[in-house]
Write a protein of this length. Structure first.
Length: 166
C-alpha cells in the first residue's frame, strides 16, 4: 500500500497570500465577522465563528489545514487594520518610533514572545504584537509565522528582530 503524502498550506505561495488577503479584506465588508473574531480568546472560540470556516474553505484548496494554527491566524489577523509588506513582522516590531530610543516591542517582551508554546498564549500575544504596531502589519508574513510557530520560525524572528536593533 502506497501512502500518499499530504500537501501542506504554504503561506509563501503567492496564490495562498492572495486568498488570505482577499479573506482579510472581506472582514472590512463584514464588520460583524471581524467583531466575532476579535472577541475570541482561544483557538477553540474561533471554531464557532463562520468567518473562520470561510478562510478554512478558501485555503483548503492548497493543502491540509492545521485547524488550531489557522484559528490563531484568523483571530490575530482580525485585529490588523492595514497591510504593510515593506518588511517582515519581527523587523516591524524592532522599529523605533520617531523620537523614541526603544523598539515598538521591547527586547524583554520579544524574548518572552519567542518562548511561547501554548496556542492560547500565542493568540493573545499575537494580538498584543498587532496592537503594538497600531494595527499595521505584514499580513502574509504574520499568518505564515503564527501558522508555523516552530523552532525554525522563532529563529527567523530572532534574526529579523535583532538584526534590526543591533
Amino acid at each position: 500500500m502506497i501512502k500518499q503524502q499530504k500537501r501542506k498550506v504554504e503561506f509563501k505561495d503567492p496564490r495562498v497570500c492572495e486568498v488570505l488577503m482577499e479573506w482579510w479584506e472581506s472582514l472590512d465588508k463584514n464588520r460583524g465577522d471581524r467583531a466575532d473574531l476579535r472577541r475570541c480568546t482561544s483557538p477553540e472560540d474561533v471554531m464557532f465563528v463562520p468567518a473562520y470556516y470561510r478562510l478554512r474553505k478558501m485555503l483548503s484548496a492548497f493543502g491540509d489545514i492545521n485547524d488550531k494554527a489557522l484559528c490563531i491566524v484568523a483571530a490575530v489577523l482580525s485585529h490588523a487594520q492595514a497591510h504593510d509588506g515593506s518588511e517582515r513582522c519581527a523587523a516591524q516590531l524592532a522599529r523605533k518610533p520617531p523620537g523614541k530610543e526603544s523598539p515598538v516591542m521591547s527586547n524583554l517582551r520579544f524574548r518572552k514572545f519567542l518562548t511561547i508554546r501554548d496556542p492560547a498564549t500565542l493568540l493573545r500575544e499575537g494580538i498584543r504584537a498587532v496592537r503594538l504596531l497600531d494595527g499595521t502589519v505584514n499580513i502574509p508574513d504574520l499568518a505564515r509565522s503564527l501558522y508555523w510557530w516552530t523552532r525554525e520560525t522563532r529563529k527567523e524572528w530572532a534574526f529579523d528582530y535583532y538584526g534590526k536593533i543591533v
